[in-house]
Design a protein around this ligand. Structure first.
Ligand code: SF4
Length: 457
């Protein structure tokens, strides 16, 4: 059992303006609405959840996000107070953390089953020696975000939207993070000059209608600082929507308090994308956080990452997506894990994602089925993948299969087909294999670059 004194390590203070003050909590959704930890673990007399490690922490502290932020677990020595690690494992983790540091919030740590080395929550939070032993695979920046930055921190890849990377700070360092390369540079927040340069670019490019504010995690900024950025983006007439990418609802849901929600509600439309990967992350605290956002006019969508040993099976994905819908969060994307150095051990073959989507489509409501996406290397952008339901295409009809494998003829309306043929003369059906045909259709690198918002010489 951990003593209170063991938790008084006073680290970097959360960048916050003021305490959450006179917050009036909305009644949280029923516990029946979310998946509790008990459901996934065998019955045990041992304390679980928060009470396993933090039963002595007062409710006031536990509901204060700054307490969680200050008390993140960031060293192997601290970790061993909670998770049994052999001397060999401790030595390995020390090697890993010199390259890829460690940070886990008490909330997220409380979800880990310390007795299970293959626990899916653990795999996302606790380093593995495979991060370095397989570290030669993949690359640091597979999505070429640095190359496509038009000013420091502003990535303009698609025609009508941009990504603002405002900090590299995160409450938890997820082992599968695409921006793992940033962890070695210490914590940083964009300077006022950097933010000014980003805003100038947005003002000068009136084709941009959608701004994604991300990081790191932008909710590590104080409300005051965040409001400064959001209000200035909202002040640009041609920006229609603002999106915030954050994992706080999952790893530190207490951050989504009344003060933050009140601020966000002043600058809508704001959409929030979060990152639940496993049904056990759908805690009552996370559900209450999403509920507060929704009641403030901020729709919440989920972008999960397909991870080996975490959520790479149909049952887990189905449970996750059903649980998301129960807390009114839309399952939006299921990402193939990017080719990032230090994540190879968590990556799955693309076929795994396809077979999960195959198992969901038609078997459950369409709203519960996320779009499976590969974010292409070299900055090629996102490509949705799904099982092939169109078997053949002929002049008058196409042949489709349904989710049960039954095959159906479908009459293709002649008018639409004729219109399409007028626009683009129909190509002869390929006599070569599908693969050869696909290769013939591949754009040249020049064509691809010409279609991107940023064209490099
Ligand atoms: S919260 Fe997002 S940006 Fe931060 S470490 Fe996790 S995956 Fe990476």
């Amino acid at each position: 059992m951990v003593t209170k004194n063991q938790l008084t390590v006073n680290r970097e203070q959360a960048n916050t303006e003021s305490p959450s003050g006179t917050e009036v909590e909305e009644p949280p959704p029923s516990k029946m609405a979310v998946f509790g930890q008990q459901e996934e673990e065998p019955p045990s007399n041992k304390p679980h959840g928060r009470h396993r490690f933090f039963g002595h922490i007062a409710d006031d502290a536990w509901s204060d996000w700054k307490w969680h932020f200050r008390n993140r677990i960031t060293t192997v020595e601290e970790l061993t107070r909670f998770i049994p690690l052999s001397p060999e494992e401790q030595a390995q983790l020390k090697v890993v953390t010199t390259r890829y540091p460690l940070s886990i919030t008490p909330h997220y740590l409380s979800l880990i089953n310390p007795d299970d080395p293959d626990d899916p929550i653990r795999k996302q939070a606790i380093p593995s020696i495979l991060e370095v032993t397989m570290g030669m695979m993949g690359c640091e920046d597979p999505l070429e975000e640095r190359r496509d930055a038009v000013v420091p921190g502003l990535v303009h890849r698609y025609p009508d939207r941009v990504l603002m990377v405002v900090t590299n700070l995160c409450p938890m360092l997820c082992r599968h993070c695409t921006r793992k390369r940033e962890w070695r540079h210490g914590g940083w927040v964009r300077t006022a000059d950097d933010i000014d340069a980003m805003l100038d670019y947005l003002r000068q490019n009136n084709n941009i209608r959608d701004v994604v504010i991300s990081g790191g995690d932008p909710l590590t900024l104080s409300n005051h600082r965040l409001e400064d950025i959001i209000s200035r983006v909202r002040g640009i007439a041609h920006i229609e929507i603002i999106r915030i990418g954050t994992r706080f609802p999952v790893v530190l849901p207490q951050r989504i308090d009344a003060e933050l929600c009140a601020m966000l509600s002043r600058y809508g439309p704001i959409w929030l994308n979060t990152h639940f990967n496993h049904p056990r992350e759908l805690t009552p605290e996370a559900a209450a956080a999403c509920d507060r956002l929704l009641r403030s006019g901020v729709p919440v969508s989920n972008q999960s990452v397909l991870l080996r040993g975490v959520n790479d099976d149909l049952h887990t994905q189905m449970k996750l997506c059903h649980g998301l819908l129960r807390i009114k969060v839309r399952p939006y994307y299921l990402f193939q894990c990017d080719e990032v150095q230090g994540t190879e051990h968590l990556r799955t073959p693309v076929e795994v994602g396809l077979s999960i989507i195959e198992g969901m489509r038609g078997h459950t409501s369409g709203l519960a089925v996320p779009t499976f996406v590969v974010d292409l290397p070299d900055g090629g952008g996102k490509v949705p993948l799904q099982p092939n339901y169109m078997l053949t295409e002929a002049e008058e009809e196409i042949l489709l299969r349904n989710y049960q494998g039954h095959v159906f003829h479908y009459r293709n309306p002649a008018y639409a087909r004729n219109q399409r043929q007028k626009r683009r003369p129909r190509q002869a059906l390929p006599t070569s294999t599908l693969f050869d045909f696909a290769q013939q259709q591949l754009e040249t690198a020049g064509d691809r670059d010409a279609n991107r918002a940023v064209v490099r010489p």
